[in-house]
Design a binder for this molecule. Structure first.
Ligand code: AMP
Ligand code: MN
Ligand code: MN
Ligand code: MN
Length: 281
């Protein structure tokens, strides 16, 4: 058993059960090949991949913890809360996630209509061809279709041109409340982790209020080293973890080969000043 301080942990990534491009089993194999020895699959708003992920990890001799990434609306913006060590059979969690997913189909049709208004026809039907789980259509599926249709060179370009807030294909959506997401994770016996906080566009006052509320509601950890952070943000969020007494997490946010900046297991280790969320697992 490797030392728990130095183990290569990747506790944030996606499969075809949400907006990744590989099956849970294929992600497990890629994680293991990338050196990961403690892994969690954290699909958006969905635990349908957990059984396959765990079985594949255990067959490889890789430690597995169940995970999920829940979409939340806080102060008008979307925040993601990762739940680790959850019981994927917990009814409160399953019902809460089903409610969170339920608005996605309507929103996807609205995104299709918004894109049609700027001359991009049939985007909804196009995006559907990329969907692995009919309950979970995401902006990422539109982005892949738009790239393959030649509208943009990269998925990042699609978001900045069409799908991010303020762009013509953006459709606002009300996700779960922060209090609900944390309550479902706690009901499932899990640990609530603030995902990639460096990505949110809050004022300093809002940022502090978000962390105050998150910790008051029982949030326990923050992603410090993630594919969404710069090295400056690793340092900043190590300091935030210490300030709020939060444990620190590490995860690539891998969605598929060639997408995003980071491979599974390839990020730097956590700074030595923080306590890993997995320290007592
Ligand atoms: P949704 O949950 O449908 O709103 O889609 C959110 C997903 O879109 C995130 O989980 C990312 O996978 C992807 N995403 C959001 N912003 C960007 C971006 N700027 N570049 C690439 N992918 C993005
Ligand atoms: Mn995603
Ligand atoms: Mn996220
Ligand atoms: Mn993610």
């Amino acid at each position: 058993m490797p030392d728990m301080q130095t183990i290569n942990a990747d506790l944030h990534c996606h499969s075809t059960v949400s907006d990744g491009t590989m099956s849970p089993r294929a992600v497990a194999e890629r994680a293991y090949a990338g050196g990961v020895r403690l892994w969690s699959l954290t699909d958006h708003d969905e635990v349908g991949g957990q059984a396959e992920a765990r079985a594949a990890a255990e067959a490889l001799g890789m430690r597995y913890v169940s995970g999920v990434e829940i979409s939340v609306t806080w102060a008008g913006q979307t925040v993601h809360i990762v739940g680790l060590q959850i019981d994927p059979f917990c009814p409160d969690l399953i019902d809460g996630l089903a409610d969170t997913r339920s608005g996605r189909a309507r929103r996807a049709r609205d995104i299709g209509e918004a894109l049609a208004k700027i001359g991009i026809e049939n985007a909804y039907q196009g995006a559907l061809k990329y969907v692995g789980n009919p309950d979970l259509i995401s902006r990422t599926h539109f982005a892949r279709w738009l790239v393959d249709q030649g509208h943009c060179a990269t998925i990042g370009d699609v978001f900045s041109q069409y799908l991010s807030e303020g762009r013509p294909g953006y459709v606002g959506h009300r996700w779960a409340k922060l209090s609900e997401a944390i309550a479902w994770i706690k009901a499932a016996g899990g640990i609530a982790v603030m995902a990639h906080p460096g990505r949110y566009n809050y004022t300093d006052t809002q940022h502090d209020a978000l962390f105050d509320e998150f910790t008051a509601l029982g949030g326990r950890a923050v992603e410090v080293v993630t594919g969404s952070h710069t090295p400056d943000q690793y340092r900043r969020y190590a300091e935030v973890a210490r300030h709020y007494g939060l444990l620190a997490s590490r995860g690539s946010d891998f969605h598929g080969p060639g997408e995003g900046r980071v491979e599974l297991g390839a990020l730097p280790p956590l700074p030595s000043t923080v306590t890993p969320v997995w320290h007592d697992w």
